[in-house]
Design a protein around this ligand. Structure first.
Ligand SMILES: C[S@@+](CC[C@H](N)C(=O)[O-])C[C@H]1O[C@@H](n2cnc3c(N)ncnc32)[C@H](O)[C@@H]1O
Length: 309
């Protein structure tokens, strides 16, 4: 439901500083969420700026549309993956694009979405039209596959041990709830007073796998290069080290004036080509201390900004 959609947008001032929305400009928000950033972009580009927006989550799309109602006629928001933005947003049309990655507070705080440790179904789909849920994945993947997911997407050091335990446990009963999984991991790795739940990395990894977040991000970054006009800016807020790395690597690779093959940059084998991007932030920008105090969920956010040449 849109009316109970609560999410506090992070790094608002920094995003506006990066995208510099101006009247008549055209912007895109690939992760509209509750519409907080979108609203600020539309307000800053009044009276005639335009915004294309999307989100995979139907509740988010409804919430964003409601919040942006007063800008009627100046935006188009569709339900869908930002990896497909370039399929419907005209090429070379945007002065700026924002991707505010990950899940929203509204998704995290609703136990029925299955993203948190609170009792709920093991769902974790951002787009609930998708068939595959976290329960499906956990109940069907081999122990090698689960171990790979826990390790690659969560950095979980006990990935193999946890994966074997899941496979053993599911011979007796299907995994249906978040609590079943959280309790299994807690039995294997007791908390001993630690603040962080021992299943944090496993939950993160499952979420990333269920939503194919890496595939979407790679497609979304490629699409960004198509929909931005020369001089247009891409701003990406990431919360996890793996997606921050993907953004950083793409930025660096496309800002070079050469390519190389074989994965090793040997100066003699470089192929010259025109760079596609200029890096506006050499290092990622972090939220201010004041913002972190006011909104603790912003603490791991990092913003990267690049400009299409
Ligand atoms: C951190 S929230 C964005 C909040 C938003 N900036 C605001 O001001 O309310 C992330 C949102 O991105 C959406 N999302 C994540 N990956 C996506 C993808 N590949 N395509 C479209 N939406 C995605 C999630 O459903 C979630 O609503």
């Amino acid at each position: 439901m849109a009316s109970d959609f609560v999410h506090k947008p992070v790094m608002m001032a920094e995003v506006l500083e990066a995208l510099k929305p101006t009247p008549g400009g055209c912007y895109a928000d690939g992760t509209a969420g509750g519409g907080g950033h979108a609203e600020a972009i539309l307000a800053a580009s009044s009276p005639n700026g335009w915004l294309y927006g999307c989100d995979r989550d139907g509740d988010a799309v409804e919430a964003a549309k409601q919040r942006l109602d007063r800008f009627g006629g100046r935006f188009e928001i569709r339900r869908g993956n930002f990896g497909e933005l370039a399929d419907w947003v005209p090429a070379g049309s945007c002065d700026g694009l924002l991707l505010d990655l990950g899940v929203s507070s509204a998704q995290l705080d609703k136990p029925e979405r299955g993203f948190s440790f609170r009792e709920g179904p093991l769902d974790m789909r951002m787009d609930r039209r998708q068939v595959l849920t976290a329960a499906d994945l956990l109940n069907s993947a081999s122990d090698e596959e689960l171990a790979r997911i826990f390790w690659e997407f969560g950095g979980e050091l006990q990935s193999r041990r946890f994966a074997r335990a899941v496979v053993r446990d599911r011979e007796r009963h299907r995994f249906e709830t978040t609590r079943q999984l959280a309790e299994l991991i807690e039995r294997l790795a007791p908390r001993y007073g630690k603040k962080t739940h021992p299943a944090t990395k496993v939950f993160q990894a499952l979420r990333i796998a269920v939503n194919d977040e890496i595939g979407s991000l790679k497609l979304g970054l490629e699409g960004a290069l198509r929909i931005l006009m020369p001089g247009g800016r891409l701003a990406v807020i990431s919360f996890l080290s793996f997606d921050a790395r993907i953004v950083k690597d793409l930025g660096r690779a496309r800002a070079r004036d050469y390519t190389f093959t074989g994965g090793v940059d040997v100066p003699e084998l470089r192929q010259p080509r025109a760079p596609e991007l200029k890096l506006i932030t050499r290092k990622s920008v972090k939220p201010s201390e004041a913002e972190v105090v006011e909104n603790p969920r912003s603490r791991s956010a990092q913003l990267r900004v690049m400009e299409k040449i």
